[in-house]
Ligand binder design. Structure first.
Ligand SMILES: [Zn+2]
Length: 125
């Protein structure tokens, strides 16, 4: 989950926390992001979903599109079990890819994002 932490003398930091344990994620190598997807076989068994499947393809399989950030291992496993478990597919993507994907999908360049970061840093925000 994306959160704002208050630190120091009125300063704040935008951070990611684990959606299972709530702790701050400060090492991208031990974390991942995921979302829920319907199993294709379940959609085929449900007549209403099956008719929708004929109108829409891939997006139908994504369950509301909410993204979860989690520590790998126990947090990931426990989060899955508490949120539908094997009833859904749970793609696991390394967290290290997320910032680059966001920069790209926001229509920015890495150089522009870096320049804005340094500008913000000089303002003490
Ligand atoms: Zn965790």
């Amino acid at each position: 989950m994306l959160k704002l932490l208050k630190i120091g003398q009125g300063q704040s930091a935008v951070v990611l926390t684990c959606d299972r344990c709530g702790k701050r994620i400060d090492n991208p190598n031990v974390a991942c992001y995921t979302w829920r997807e319907y199993h294709r076989t379940h959609i085929d068994e449900d007549a209403q979903l099956h008719s929708l499947k004929e109108l829409v393809t891939y997006p139908l399989y994504v369950d509301d599109g909410k993204l979860f950030t989690l520590h790998k291992g126990t947090c990931f496993t426990q989060f899955q079990a508490a949120n539908g478990g094997s009833e859904y597919r749970w793609p696991l993507v390394e967290l290290v890819y997320l910032p680059g994907l966001l920069i790209n999908n926001l229509g920015m360049t890495f150089a522009y994002a870096e320049a804005q970061f340094h500008l913000l840093d000089t303002m003490g925000v």
